[in-house]
Design a protein around this ligand. Structure first.
Ligand code: FA5
Length: 268
């Protein structure tokens, strides 16, 4: 009898201990967990945009290149088929840097000077994109900033045609914005491309938005970089990247991205 009672109380003790262990385990609150992990921010919407764009273009076989934000007149204008006093220079409201001969050093007004830098240092075939910051004397409004961002694209190879440019732009539009967006090319003028076009996207609500310029690289530009225009041809494009998250996320005003209101930025 005593033996049975002893075994019983041992078993009751074991079950109570087991239940307590189970309860403690399920109710456990690790109060140190949050404290030990510092709260981290995340990349700004524009940086996220550039990373997504790089992913899309790397997926299409492009490399990623970079260039300086302070440029000389040669790279920003002259080598791009705009010699001194060329009227087309006024298409870019330029901010000049007080350095050297007046008017010879600028804050780059577009990412196109990096086309020249890439062609000077790399032999074709070239398939590259250049994301970066650019500067203009533009007054800030819903679709303009004085400091904004572009992504340049440059392809130089044998037998490249306008069809390759149109196909690349359409493939990019679908890959980046989704299948409910369309693209179109509108005739335009840039001194460094011939023929030239503006690239617009059509949003699902049917409205159109200009994203950038593009065209076939002008033979003078190829020649300025030591690339034989008889052998090689190419296309280039330059898209404004601040307007891309604006369309993708339906933002009304570009300036929202730069006023640094965390309640706005933390949503993305
Ligand atoms: C250019 O800058 C040319 N370099 C584009 C190009 C590259 C043409 C290669 C041909 C070949 P544009 O000045 O149109 O072109 O600017 C390109 C895009 O930048 C515009 O379509 C627009 O989307 C964006 N953009 C221009 N100004 C601003 C601004 N102030 N704020 C925000 N985005 C802007």
């Amino acid at each position: 009898m005593a033996e049975v009672e002893g075994a019983l109380s041992t078993r009751v003790g074991e079950l109570a201990a087991e239940e307590r262990r189970h309860r403690l385990e399920t109710e456990r609150l690790d109060l140190t967990e949050r404290l030990s992990r510092p709260s981290r921010g995340h990349l700004h919407l524009v940086t996220q945009t550039h990373e997504r764009l790089e992913d899309v273009f790397v997926g299409l076989g492009f490399t990623v290149s970079e260039g300086p934000e302070v440029e000389t007149d040669w790279y920003n204008f002259t080598a791009l088929n705009m010699p001194p006093s060329h009227p087309a220079r006024s298409m870019w409201d330029t901010l000049f840097v007080d350095w050297g001969e007046p008017g010879t050093v600028v804050l780059r007004t577009h990412t196109s000077p990096v086309q020249i830098r890439v062609m000077e240092t790399t032999s074709p075939p070239i398939y590259t994109v250049v994301p970066g910051r650019v500067f203009r004397r533009d007054t800030a409004d819903a679709t303009h900033m004085p400091v904004f961002h572009q992504i340049e694209g440059l392809v130089v190879d044998r037998g490249i045609t306008l069809g390759d440019l149109a196909g690349t732009i359409e493939a990019f539009t679908k890959a980046y914005f989704g299948s409910d967006f369309n693209s179109r090319l509108r005739p335009s003028y840039f001194p460094f491309t011939e023929p030239s076009a503006e690239f617009d996207i059509q949003r699902p609500d049917g409205s159109w938005l200009e994203l950038g310029g593009c065209g076939m690289v002008h033979p003078n530009v190829l020649a300025n970089c030591g690339v034989d225009p008889e052998e090689w041809s190419g296309f280039a494009f330059g898209f404004g990247t601040d307007r891309m998250p604006q369309s993708r996320h339906g933002l009304d005003d570009l300036r929202e991205m730069y006023t640094n209101d965390l309640r706005f930025l933390e949503q993305f």
